[in-house]
Design a protein around this ligand. Structure first.
Ligand code: UT7
Length: 325
């Protein structure tokens, strides 16, 4: 039997030029390098400057991914872009990226699942490619959270950063087994009853403003490890694979303590965990593709290896996907 698999053809990333260290933040608000490192693992983050937007970072990441894959923009017939910080309320940032790349065919749309956005986007693109409706997808996670932070709220503003990552998924024939390259399984969840624990207090319809990010950090933390472990176990159950079979575990980079606790709960060795939260902070939907690009770039993730991605974020939304690279 042959089936259509969504295989990784290339990966790219883009980060704003400006790096902001914990010390720089501590000079402006009541915080310290020690507190931020101990509670989160974050040492620095990139912050978008003038002219750097979600669409411009996403475009650079997409161009990087196209060149890595050796493909032309005209080879792409689907763009799925995960973001909670679009350039404009509409049109979708994906369409701005499409235009910037000079693509005039296919479909382009945004996905809004906050920090789980990239896992959602991978799952959606995979289903489009599996169906046969599309052949090659640019799957992008891009954010400029610095633009929705309350820079006087030390409980949130130290946590986030800006950036973009992009993966090209290409439909290829597989045998339907676990040795196939590509997305082997994906699992998405949501529970909207948790809205008030992590949200932005503005929007076009409710307030006609953009609003600022608000978070009950402790409550989010408490749910994160449980939900993440649950969704990873779903991926294991669906494939019959275990933590020992994984080559790399590439989690959403919100907090080092959440990542460590989840890995410990599932028996995943720390040497298999890709960590970028120290350099990027929490870049929401961009964090997983940025971490993937880092580990591909430095030679850790190799073709044929098993890579597990997982995330949890506002909504709450959460999910996981297992990819044979
Ligand atoms: O990506 C989407 C998902 N988001 C997350 O996964 C974030 C989940 N939550 C977290 O990562 C953690 O809850 C935080 C990093 C946000 C906070 O860590 P915590 O260990 O839960 O700290 P806390 O909120 O309980 O605060 C402890 C203390 C408080 O002081 P008191 O009340 O004990 O006197 C805070 O006021 O730390 C204080 N604090 C700070 N101190 C210095 C809070 N923020 C800061 C700060 N600098 N930036």
């Amino acid at each position: 039997m042959t089936i259509r698999r969504s295989t990784v053809a290339g990966i790219g990333h883009a980060l704003p030029k400006r790096v902001v260290t914990n010390a720089e933040l501590a000079a402006k608000i009541d915080t310290s390098d020690e507190w931020i490192i101990e509670r989160t693992g974050i040492r620095q983050r990139h912050i978008a400057g003038e002219g750097e937007t979600t669409a411009s970072l996403a475009t650079l990441a997409a161009q990087d991914a196209l060149s890595h894959a050796g493909l032309k923009a005209s080879d792409i017939d689907l763009i799925v872009l995960a973001t909670a910080t679009p350039d404009l309320t509409f049109p979708a940032t994906a369409t701005q990226v499409q235009a910037a790349l000079g693509i005039t065919q296919g479909a382009a749309f945004d996905v809004q699942a906050v920090c789980s956005g990239f896992v959602y986007a991978v799952a959606i693109a995979d289903k489009f490619l599996q169906s046969g409706s599309h052949q090659r997808a640019l799957v992008i996670g891009a954010e400029t959270f610095s633009r929705i932070l309350d820079w006087n709220d030390r409980t949130t503003c130290v946590l986030f950063g800006d950036g973009a990552g992009a993966v090209i998924l290409e439909a290829q024939e597989g045998h339907g087994g676990l040795t196939d390259r590509g997305v082997l399984t994906s699992h998405l969840r949501a529970d909207g009853r948790h809205k008030d624990k992590l949200f932005v207090d503005g929007g076009p319809s409710a307030t006609m403003t953009t609003g600022y990010l608000r978070m009950e950090g402790k409550e989010v933390f408490r749910h994160a490890v449980t939900f993440l472990a649950e969704t990873i176990e779903e991926s294991f159950r669906a494939t019959g694979l275990t933590a020992a079979d994984m080559d790399w575990f590439v989690p959403h980079q919100a907090n080092r303590r959440i990542i460590d606790a989840t890995a410990k709960k599932l028996g995943i060795g720390t040497e298999k965990v890709v960590l970028t939260v120290d350099r990027h902070g929490n870049t929401s939907a961009a964090s997983i593709p940025l971490a993937l690009a880092t580990a591909v770039g430095d030679g850790r993730i190799q073709k044929g290896q098993l890579v597990l991605i997982e995330a949890m974020g506002g909504g709450f939304t959460w999910g996981s996907a297992l990819i044979r690279w």
